[in-house]
Design a protein around this ligand. Structure first.
Ligand code: ZN
Length: 599
């Protein structure tokens, strides 16, 4: 048994003390180590830089020698002691869902970023005792040790690493208890904002019901905890087996788009309790805490979860069929505006998450693709393909349920597990192997039009009608833009306002901006010699006509000539494909859970 204690004596100093009591068992030395990553966030991080003063004592109180053997491992000489007490201080000043944050009102602790494990004893049970100010209480998904009020028990280090601690005063938190699917759930909120629990809790219940329905119920019977942090600007979510951490801006609960975004986040993290926390790649079984854990399946873990965040909201009645289609048109458009989709496959983007996804730079859009974005679109299309190729008998629900039943426990999901299960579902004659080859392993365009035909919808690809045009769905096909219409000018540079100038943050592959030599960091200051209305004049320059751009590059004033091109047809609109045959009409209604367009 490894016994931990978290001591929070003066939270205003933004640090805690962690103590670990270990049986020496006659070992000459013990190694204690911090993980280099937090599951769900695929980047090697150096959590140990927040540790200081790590020391060790024998049972008689004498100091034991400690030396570091690598950046995240400390070696303690046991010197014949029976028990060894390791203690260190941890600085907790980073408010994200994967890090530690402590202030006078609360402590949010992620054990994978806070708690060392004893090398070789990761499989052993552990306990955590809390020593914190009188007025504080704890919200933790771990069970309490029998007969104790502030001692929690984990069956092994992985379970501890997967269980964040939210601690603090009642006054700085609000807690909402409710039942869903007959199981107790709790939402604990830290931070103030415009959250009205009378609206939010019923909506969360609907999401739980919609997702549980896919799998025939919840995979736990005791309880589930949502830890929700309200803050000034950050947004994020991190999934766990019996809890999740959510971080959103304070005022996310009234304004429509912000609230939809919050609900998508809830639906996303909750879906993960099946997909990635239980159905997890064999490459994560068990987690290797010392290095990158590579898998080509992140598109299925994150992408399919991002597919279901939208599906769950539709099924829960929290978005309309119109909005459901708009979201997918927006995501397809975003993908078409990512030149990197033609350079890096989904499988490759998954594998390279560790070096690319969490480190975007000015070249990212041209060189790679997000496995969240493309993965979610692939999930959306796979659902339609399964429906189309099975005459409506099968859907993505069947696939994720089978995957969960088959691979939801160790040894985990093999790298080819998703497509194998899909092919088994429809039979080898289904042609799905080639579909996966295209969608997952190649950089070819996704077969969007074929998939949408399954539900009697047409894809109109057109140039953006204005700067805000991100993709859309239209009930009346005659209202769709004419793809052949005269288009707007396209420069291909992403710009942001910066003290009177427009700073280039990236340029699209093959665009006029790239061809004339514009690059990230350039500050555009004038168009044809004038500063006035720079943004508007750039967007209105007629395609084909040369304009002179004045810009600063590393403080040097330069001038370049650029010829804007006609805007590319990279904007997706879904419209009904005339009057569909009755079976297609039925498929669409079943898929959308409603009649669209309204009759
Ligand atoms: Zn996720």
């Amino acid at each position: 048994m490894n016994a931990y204690t978290f001591r929070i004596a003066r939270p205003e100093t933004r640090r805690i003390e962690v103590e670990l009591l270990i049986e020496a068992r006659g070992e000459p030395h013990l190694d204690v180590r911090l993980p280099v990553w937090t599951p769900g966030s695929y980047l090697v991080r150096e959590h140990q830089r927040h540790v200081d003063g790590l020391n060790a004592q024998a049972d008689d109180g004498s100091e034991l020698p400690v030396s570091k053997v690598d950046k995240h491992t400390w070696r303690v000489a046991t010197s014949g002691a029976r028990m060894v007490r390791v203690a260190y201080r941890l600085h907790c000043f980073e408010l994200t869902v994967r890090t530690n944050h402590v202030d006078a009102t609360h402590a949010f602790l992620n054990p994978s970023a806070a708690v060392v494990f004893v090398v070789g004893r990761e499989q052993e049970p552990c306990t955590v005792s809390l020593r914190m100010p009188e007025s504080w209480r704890a919200w933790v998904a771990l069970p309490l040790e029998e007969g104790h009020s502030q001692v929690y028990r984990a069956q092994d280090y992985d379970e501890l690493a997967d269980s964040p601690f939210e601690l603090g005063t009642e006054g700085s938190h609000t807690s909402h208890l409710f039942t869903a699917q007959g199981v107790p759930h709790e939402v604990v909120v830290w931070g103030r904002g415009d959250l009205d629990a009378r609206r939010v809790i019923p909506d969360i219940q609907k999401i739980i019901d919609a997702e549980a329905a896919i799998f025939g119920g919840l995979p736990y019977r005791d309880r589930y905890l949502f830890i929700l942090h309200l803050n000034d600007k950050g947004r994020g979510g991190l999934e766990h087996r019996r809890s999740c951490a959510l971080l959103v801006p304070r005022f996310s609960f009234v304004q429509k788009a912000a609230y939809e975004d919050f609900l998508l986040l809830v639906a996303h993290e909750f879906f993960h309790l099946w997909n990635v926390k239980r159905l997890r790649p064999a490459a994560f079984t068990p987690y290797d805490w010392t290095r990158e854990n590579h898998t080509r399946l992140l598109w299925a873990m994150e992408g399919l979860t991002s597919t279901y965040e939208v599906m769950a909201l539709r099924r829960a009645g929290l978005i309309t069929p119109q909005r459901f289609l708009e979201i997918w048109a927006e995501r397809c458009t975003q993908l078409l505006r990512t030149p990197g989709r033609l350079r890096t496959s989904l499988a490759q983007a998954s594998y390279d998450a560790w070096i690319k996804h969490y480190r975007p730079d000015e070249s990212t859009q041209n060189t790679t693709v997000s496995y969240y974005l493309k993965g979610s679109v692939v999930g959306f299309l796979l659902d339609l393909e399964l429906r189309r190729r099975s005459g409506g008998a099968r859907s993505l629900d069947d696939l994720v349920r089978i995957l969960f039943e088959k691979h939801g426990a160790a040894p985990g999901l093999p790298e080819d597990g998703v497509e194998k299960a899909a092919i088994e579902l429809l039979g080898t004659e289904s042609g799905l192997y080639d579909w996966f080859e295209t969608a997952v392993r190649s950089t070819r365009e996704l077969p969007l039009a074929e998939a949408m035909a399954a539900v009697g919808l047409t894809v109109v690809l057109h140039a953006a009608r204005n700067a805000e045009d991100k993709g859309d769905a239209e009930e009346d096909p005659t209202d769709a833009p004419d793809p052949a219409a005269q288009t707007r000018a396209f420069l291909g540079a992403t710009l942001r306002d910066r003290s009177g100038a427009l700073e280039v943050t990236s340029v699209a592959e093959g665009s006029p901006a790239q061809l004339c030599g514009l690059a990230a960091g350039d500050e555009l200051v004038a168009c044809d010699g004038f500063r006035a209305d720079l943004k508007v004049r750039l967007s209105r320059a007629p395609p084909g006509q040369t304009v002179r751009l004045s810009l600063f590059r590393m403080d040097e004033l330069l001038e370049v000539a650029v010829q804007p091109a006609p805007a590319p047809r990279d904007t997706v609109m879904f419209v009904p494909a005339g009057k569909p045959p009755p079976e297609i009409h039925t498929q669409r209604e079943k898929w959308l859970g409603a009649v669209w367009p309204a009759e």
